[in-house]
Ligand binder design. Structure first.
Ligand SMILES: Nc1ncnc2c1ncn2[C@@H]1O[C@H](COP(=O)(O)OP(=O)(O)OP(=O)(O)O)[C@@H](O)[C@H]1O
Ligand SMILES: [Mg+2]
Length: 310
């Protein structure tokens, strides 16, 4: 199976209002609750695509219990490691008229040494059953900044390749541990190589420079411009059909799930990229935090164009 690890999960509460007014009372026309966090979202999409997955996450308090219940509702297998304090809530205010989404997120409960040890013990048990692992997102207070490096090395010792999706100093740090795959978007890549990327050639050059630093492969996602798969042998560009974007929340997480669905089933990189672009594109046509519907992913897959870049 593919195990995912989320150290700082959340429950996303989305309030949809017709015309959001600041400093005033607003009435929601629709409210949604979703389990959130990068690893958790990847597991939710893998489950929908029919790939076996287990979401390992840190959870606490009533909201931690709710996280487990919401995952159960979606039949996502999970193991929750207890932490003192409450799993955080993420608030998303969707202005239906303007089509904007205003997000407010909390730092998350403090991690204790005990919970961290428990998390690593749980992961060690599950790595024996895992073909691949995904981790990503921010870290809650109390977690060492090299946690992802430690996890990549733990997994490597058991022969399990790790996909890491994170940003800023965490991404800069984890590249040193040479994870199997990273999936920065253009902004994250730009922060990683510490320079502004003006066009596709800049993006390609920056991506290839990471191979020189020992990374085996990476996928750079570029929103509506699709994504590059970059490894030592090939560079592929993938693009889905033009769609009306409703919400790009979770496009990156869906893309990772699509890529892993392909790789897990033994497909070549260009085909895995195609599943990734299909899942990412399927995520933007759904509202709010809905992620993607499997029938849309299959439809988008048919319409994706993958080209080899010379
Ligand atoms: N507006 C869009 N139109 C079509 N496809 C899109 C659009 N936005 C994203 N995608 C698809 O989803 C993939 C991932 O999106 P994106 O580059 O926005 O990831 P991200 O910035 O990591 O997203 P996230 O906010 O979920 O972390 C893209 O490579 C593309 O295939
Ligand atoms: Mg992302």
């Amino acid at each position: 199976m593919i195990c995912t690890l989320t150290v700082n999960p959340c429950i996303d509460i989305t309030y949809e209002v017709l015309d959001l007014k600041k400093d005033d009372a607003n009435r929601a026309v629709h409210v949604m609750r979703d389990p959130g966090g990068k690893g958790i979202n990847v597991s939710r999409v893998l489950q929908r695509l029919g790939a076996p997955t287990l979401a390992i996450a840190v959870a606490g308090g009533h909201t931690g219990k709710l996280l487990g219940d919401l995952l159960d509702e979606e039949n996502v297998k999970h193991r929750l490691v207890p932490v003192p304090g409450d799993t955080r809530l993420g608030i998303i205010l969707t202005d239906l008229r303007e089509g904007t989404q205003t997000r407010v997120s909390a730092p998350g409960p403090n991690m204790t040494m005990h919970s961290l040890d428990e998390l690593r013990r749980t992961l060690h048990e599950e790595l024996g059953r895992s073909k691949m692992m995904v981790c990503g997102g921010t870290l809650p207070p109390g977690v060492p900044l090299d946690l992802y490096n430690t996890l990549v090395e733990d997994a490597r010792a058991k022969g399990v390749p790790v996909v890491v999706d994170t940003d800023g100093e965490l991404l800069i740090a984890v590249v040193q541990a040479k994870p199997f795959l990273i999936k920065p978007n253009v902004h994250e890549l730009s922060r990683l190589v510490e320079r502004t990327l003006h066009d596709r050639n800049d993006v390609l050059r920056a991506g290839k420079s990471l191979l020189d630093k020992g990374l085996e492969q990476l996928v750079v996602s570029m929103g509506k411009d699709g994504a590059f798969w970059i490894d030592r042998r090939n560079v592929f560009h993938g693009k889905g059909p033009d769609v009306r974007a409703e919400s790009s929340v979770g496009a990156g997480d869906s893309m990772i799930a699509g890529i892993l669905y392909g790789l897990y089933n033994g497909m070549a990189p260009d085909v895995a990229l195609r599943w990734g672009v299909a899942a990412g594109t399927a995520a933007v046509i759904t509202r709010g935090t809905v992620l993607c519907h499997p029938e849309d992913v299959h439809r988008m897959y048919e319409q994706c164009v993958i080209t080899k870049v010379e």
